[in-house]
Design a protein around this ligand. Structure first.
Ligand SMILES: [Mg+2]
Length: 383
C-alpha cells in the first residue's frame, strides 16, 4: 500500500490546508500515517481546499448540501486550473493507477489467495441519471465472470441484493443488483452488506437456506414504512427518486436541481426525526437511510473473509474496488489489517483510505480482465 503521510496545518482558518506527501516506499507494507517534517526534502507541498466534511444524521442543512456538492459534482468542467492540475498530480502520486501498478500488485499478492470485492454503481456500472438503468456492459460482465472463476468474488453494494416487487401503489418492480449483474457463483452483499448471500457450492459455515447473513432483519417493517413516507414527502421535488433497498432506503438526487437539495435534505431529515433507530448517510449522488446498527461494507468484507476461512489468515489478499464514501469503511478495514488493496474509482482527487485509484468503470473492467488473463496464463498463485 502507499505511504500516505499527510500534514494538515490549517492555513486560513480551516478553509485552505497544506498537504505534504511522500512518494510511496513500499507498495504493500501496512500503512501507518506518520507526521512529516514541515520543510520538505523529497516531499512536495500543495495548497488546496479542504476535502468534504463527514456528515452523519444531525449537523446543519448547509453542511449536508456542501457535502453533497463535494461528492457529487453536477457538471464536468471544461477547463482545469493549474492548482487543480497540481492537486490531481499530487494525489495520483499517493494513489497511483492500479492499472499502471499491476506488476507490483502481482508481486504483493504472490502466494496469497486473492478475494475480489466489487462495488456496483460507479464501479461496475457508470453513474447514470436513472438508477434503474445503471446497466453494466457485457464486457464488464465477462470480466467479472472470468475473474470469479479464479478467485472468490463478491458484489458489495448499497442496492438491494435481489429483485423484489414492491407493495407500493405504483407496483413498480425495481431492478436490483442481481438483475444487473446476472452472474451465479458470486457472493452478493446488498443493502450495504446487510443482506449477504453466497453461492451454494462452497464450504461457507454460515450457509443456511441460501441466505448467509441479515443482521438488520428486525428493521424490515420500519424501512418499508419510511420508504412509503419518503415517497410521499419527496414527490413535489422534481427528479428525486426514492428506492427501497430492503434494509435501507436510498433517495437519489442525481436528477434534482442543486437549488432544491436543501429542501430535499430537510424533508428526509424531518421524516427521520420520528425514527431514532435509523440514521442518514450520504453516498455519491444519493442520501441513504440505514439502521443504526454497526454494520457497513467494511463489516461485510470482514464477515465474508471469515466465512471463507480467512479471518486470521496472512495468506489472503483481498482487493476491494469502490467509488464512494460508503466504500471507505471497507478500505479502512483493509488498511487496518495491513492486507490487500483498496482501489478508489474516481476522476477527481478525494480523501480516501484506498491505496490505488482508477479513473472510471472502464478501467475497473480492464483491471479485472487483466487479473483473470494473468491468472489464466501464470496460475492461481501468481508465482
Ligand atoms: Mg458505488
Amino acid at each position: 500500500m502507499t505511504n500516505q503521510n499527510v500534514v494538515v496545518p490549517d492555513a486560513k482558518q480551516g478553509i485552505d490546508i497544506t498537504i505534504a506527501m511522500a512518494l510511496p516506499k513500499s507498495l504493500f507494507s501496512p500503512v501507518v500515517p506518520k507526521p512529516l517534517p514541515a520543510a520538505p526534502g523529497g516531499y512536495f507541498t500543495i495548497t488546496r481546499k479542504r476535502f468534504s466534511k463527514k456528515t452523519e444524521t444531525g449537523g446543519k442543512i448547509s453542511s449536508w448540501v456542501d457535502s453533497m456538492r463535494d461528492s457529487s459534482p453536477t457538471r464536468v468542467k471544461s477547463t482545469t486550473s493549474l492548482l487543480e492540475t497540481e492537486e490531481k498530480n499530487s494525489w495520483i502520486v499517493n494513489h497511483p493507477s492500479a492499472l499502471n501498478m499491476f506488476e507490483q500488485i502481482v508481486k504483493g499478492s504472490k502466494g496469497k489467495q486473492i478475494v475480489m470485492f466489487l462495488d456496483y454503481d460507479g464501479t461496475l456500472s457508470p453513474i447514470v441519471e436513472d438508477p434503474d438503468r445503471a446497466f453494466m456492459t457485457n464486457e464488464m460482465r465477462e470480466a467479472v465472470r472470468d475473474v470469479a472463476r479464479y478467485f472468490p468474488t463478491a458484489i458489495v453494494t448499497g442496492r438491494c441484493r435481489n429483485k423484489v416487487a414492491l407493495a407500493a401503489a405504483s407496483a413498480v418492480v425495481i431492478l436490483k443488483v442481481y438483475s444487473f449483474v446476472r452472474l451465479a457463483g458470486l457472493y452478493y452483499a446488498g443493502s450495504h452488506g446487510m443482506d449477504i448471500e453466497g453461492p451454494s457450492k462452497n464450504n461457507c459455515k454460515y450457509k443456511k437456506g441460501g441466505v448467509l447473513f441479515q443482521p438488520a432483519s428486525e428493521f424490515l417493517p420500519m424501512i418499508d414504512e419510511v420508504y412509503n413516507i419518503l415517497l410521499e414527502r419527496t414527490k413535489s421535488i422534481p427528479g428525486a427518486k426514492v428506492e427501497n433497498n430492503k434494509f435501507c432506503v436510498s433517495v437519489h438526487f442525481r436528477c434534482v436541481e442543486e437549488k432544491m437539495w436543501a429542501i430535499l435534505v430537510e424533508q428526509v431529515r424531518s421524516v427521520l426525526n420520528d425514527y431514532p433507530k435509523l440514521r442518514l448517510t450520504q453516498g455519491r449522488k444519493v442520501l441513504e437511510i440505514r439502521p443504526t446498527i454497526k454494520w457497513d461494507k467494511g463489516k461485510a468484507l470482514e464477515f465474508l473473509l471469515e466465512s471463507l476461512g480467512y479471518a486470521n489468515s496472512t495468506d489472503v489478499f483481498p482487493v476491494y474496488i469502490g467509488d464512494d464514501r460508503t466504500d471507505e469503511d471497507a478500505f479502512k478495514v483493509l488498511r487496518n489489517r495491513g492486507q490487500g488493496l483498496g482501489i478508489l474509482v474516481s476522476e477527481v482527487p478525494k480523501e480516501t483510505n484506498a491505496s490505488y485509484s482508477l479513473q472510471e468503470p472502464k478501467e475497473a473492467s480492464s483491471l479485472v480482465q487483466q487479473a483473470s488473463c494473468y491468472t489464466f496464463i501464470c496460475g492461481n498463485n501468481y508465482s
